[in-house]
Design a protein around this ligand. Structure first.
Ligand code: SF4
Length: 197
């Protein structure tokens, strides 16, 4: 059965879509159909906003320090629904909201979406993935092509000014160590947190 909400460690994660413009060489979707207590993160169909809200209301969220938009797809593919659910989590459930994203949401939606995150998302984790545009395209195979990397950098920069907690990440073992080190320097220059995941 498809899972639209799953627990992984100390948090609950929302799995709204399997759509994504990337096909990363490290994507966990290619390794296992499930994470945490999920049955399957492959969706038979995308859940409605109400179905996501109902799943949240049915879960015991008391020990979940935040609710994370993540799942087996890029959450900003459903940006309008994401905003509605994020507002519900903050206003009705009184929980913090984190967005895990590939940083391509503005390209996906055809407009700058970062200002719309203000007040709805408490922290953002963005996949930097690479030190430059060629390396980025090699590891993500983004359908947006070479312009993807610049879009991610702009997304990070804007999030830093809009959202309190911004973390950028790379997946360990898929780019050379010197690239990883350069990514850490890029994060430091942009004044955002960095982690290897
Ligand atoms: S952006 Fe995320 S969901 Fe999309 S292919 Fe890459 S790792 Fe997988």
């Amino acid at each position: 059965m498809s899972s639209i909400l799953y627990r992984y460690g100390s948090r609950y994660y929302i799995n709204m879509t399997n759509r994504c413009p990337c096909s990363c060489i490290f994507c966990v979707r290619d390794q296992t159909p499930t994470l945490g207590d999920a049955d399957s993160l492959w969706l038979d169909r995308e859940p409605t906003v109400q179905e996501v809200k109902d799943a949240l209301l049915a879960a015991d969220l008391s020990s979940s320090e935040e609710i994370v938009f993540c799942g087996y797809g890029e959450p900003t593919e459903r940006f309008e629904d994401l905003k509605e659910i994020a507002a519900f989590i903050k206003n009705d459930l009184k929980k913090r909201v984190r967005l895990d994203t590939n940083g391509l949401g503005s390209l996906i939606n055809g407009r700058d979406i970062v200002p719309e995150l203000k007040g709805l998302v408490d922290s953002v984790s963005i996949s930097l993935n690479a030190k430059d545009e060629e390396e980025y395209l090699h590891v993500t195979r983004s359908t947006f092509g070479l312009k993807s990397y610049k879009a991610v950098l702009e997304f990070i920069e804007e999030c830093r000014a809009t959202v309190n907690g911004v973390t950028v990440s790379v997946v360990g073992g898929y780019i050379p160590q010197e690239s990883e080190d350069e990514c850490a320097r890029i994060a430091a220059r942009m004044n955002v947190a960095f982690r290897v995941r």
